[in-house]
Ligand binder design. Sequence first.
Ligand code: SF4
Length: 192
Amino acid sequence: SGTGIVLNKELQRLAEESFPLCAKNLFKAVKHEHHLRHEGRRQLQLYLKGIGLPLEEALVFFKTEFTKKPGCNNEKFEKDYAYGVRHSYGKEGKRVDYTPHSCMKCIAANPSKGEYHGCPFKTFSEEALGAALSQMKIEPSKVTDIVKKAKNKHYQLACSDVFEAVHGGEFIEGGLHHPNQYYEQSRKVLNP
Ligand code: SF4
């Protein structure tokens, strides 16, 4: 179900099956670059917390990826990044249990070059979005439709169309408003 505990070893499969494009993009970036800048770390950490990845798993996940980057060892990770992970989980600072970003919040972000947070339906070029959707094995005519919706700033509708296309026509109940809602609905459909 969408509410159980998720482990690191399941993340790759879950990212492929059930992450919305925003989370797929951050997940891919951290796996590729072994780094994410502040806003990206924050968006991904809160999202992963939301899908049920426990704090200890999140610390291992980010440490494993970040320390693959030359110049980042365990000590640097502890010093520069572990606090942020614990903070996202409400274990540091004011100990607020921060909620994962909504679509509105992601859409409002303006990532610079080299940053991967925000909503890809807004931030990707038409070419990059088309390529990402084709990689998800969405048929070309549908890809064209979805890219057009995104270009017309209907980001959440475009993302809902992706959900339908990759879930055999099932749609998100009540309309899409949150990346974690996308994930939960996906798990419901794929793993009832
Ligand atoms: Fe993520 Fe929402 Fe954008 Fe979809 S519409 S990619 S769930 S922020």
